[in-house]
Design a protein around this ligand. Structure first.
Ligand code: NAD
Ligand code: IPM
Ligand code: MN
Length: 355
């Protein structure tokens, strides 16, 4: 089989601590499943590089990454030295937009062995997918400041919803829901308060729904949808949302299943015109960086999603099985109530992979 070319970018903070564990597990899986891997490390797209050069990435970053099958990414952001909008618009958000990774797929699952902050829930009760629009919506740099520095200051921040961009994320979510046994799709909206984009988003969802008569569609305003993530998480199967709503839901969901330290994501360009990017949902966690206690499972699970996307579903399943075993039996990092280190957990998962 063909060599998989993976570009790795660890980034900042705990990105640098969880990346080695993600790679440890990837290498273990590639051995077990005979997957030829070629891994290349890039030491830019981090705030140290920015402090040294004044840029987050070299000018030819796109050419450097274009030939890879995927990008395996830790986390970027070090607000103590670099404003977050500078570091993120200079790296991750550029990848998503310029590599047209318009789907951000973020699974949410309650595992056995993980204490759930919601009362009365057991493993299997919570198992859904957040499909987040990833290239437009509320994330734009369009707008500006008028009368800056005066008390008449006015700030305008535009949103962008294109028909192509909206239809393609809706179509992806409907297809996904249609393939799952429950065939249920929740569409996040806010068409009561946001008077232009969201009523239009609802109309596009209605139009798309006509192509999928077997999918049960439920439109919910983002406020009550958030409440139901907490109160009735078992009712969700696939949830599709605009960029910002999807961002919020994809931290809330994992928080409801115990820790954001487990939550993976796949930033997909499904047509494969560009490399897709796989990363934990969480950030660089400055509050715990340097202690070696970050949970590496989000990074590891993201690596499994990468292998699945690249055609190795069996390796994905084996990694997930190993993660399930370790969540059940330990070792556990402190976010799960344990005392194990990042490395302890990475090693345990790597050693436990079986074909
Ligand atoms: P964060 O996700 O980094 O941390 C939030 C909280 O969750 C912290 O208390 C942290 O300790 C905890 N946490 C996160 N990951 C964990 C893990 N693997 N194991 C155990 N605990 C974990 O969010 P933040 O504090 O808002 O952001 C910190 C920096 O990261 C900022 O610069 C932000 O912009 C950036 N960020 C980057 C990404 C990304 O690269 N995809 C995502 C989110 C935030
Ligand atoms: C995420 C992060 C990013 C986002 C930030 C760091 C720009 O929170 O991947 O969820 O908002 O998309
Ligand atoms: Mn986020």
């Amino acid at each position: 089989s063909q060599t998989l070319k993976i570009a790795t970018i660890a980034g900042d903070g705990i990105g640098k601590e969880v990346m080695p564990e993600g790679l440890r597990v990837l290498r273990a899986a590639s051995q077990q499943f005979n997957i030829p891997l070629e891994i290349q490390t890039f030491d830019w797209a981090n705030c140290d590089y920015y402090q040294q050069t004044g840029e987050m990435m070299p000018a030819d970053w796109k050419a450097q990454l274009q030939g890879f099958d995927a990008i395996y990414f830790g986390a970027v952001g070090w607000p103590a030295t670099t404003p977050d909008h500078v570091s993120l618009w200079g790296s991750l958000l550029k990848f998503r937009r310029e590599f047209d990774q318009y789907i951000n797929l973020r699974p949410v699952r309650l595992f056995e062995g993980v204490p759930c902050p919601l009362a009365g829930r057991k493993a299997g009760d919570i198992d859904f997918l957040v499909v987040r629009e990833n290239t437009e919506g509320e994330y734009t740099n369009l707008g500006g400041v008028l009368f800056e520095g005066t008390d008449r200051e006015i700030v305008i921040q535009e949103s962008v919803f294109s028909r192509i961009g909206t239809d393609r994320v809706l179509r992806y979510a409907f297809e996904l829901a249609n393939q799952r046994p429950r065939k249920s799709l929740t569409v996040a909206t806010k068409s009561n308060g946001i008077a232009i984009s969201m009523p239009w988003w609802d109309k596009r969802a209605d139009a798309m729904a006509a192509n999928y008569p077997e999918v049960a569609v439920d439109k919910q305003h983002i406020d009550i949808l958030s409440a139901r993530f907490v109160l009735q998480p078992q009712r969700f199967d696939v949830v599709v949302a605009s960029n910002l709503f999807g961002d919020i839901l994809s931290d809330l969901g994992p928080a409801c299943t115990g820790t954001i330290g487990l939550a993976p994501s796949a930033n997909l360009n499904p047509e494969r015109n560009f490399p897709s990017l796989f990363e934990p949902v969480h950030g660089s966690a400055p509050d715990i960086y340097g202690k070696g206690i970050a949970n590496p499972i989000a990074m590891i699970w993201s690596g499994a999603m990468m292998l699945q996307f690249l055609g190795y579903a069996d390796a994905h399943d084996a990694i997930l099985k190993s993660v399930e075993d370790i969540l059940k039996a330990g070792p556990h990092t402190p976010d799960l109530g344990g005392q194990a280190s990042t490395q302890d957990v990475g090693k345990a998962i790597a050693q436990n992979i079986n074909t």
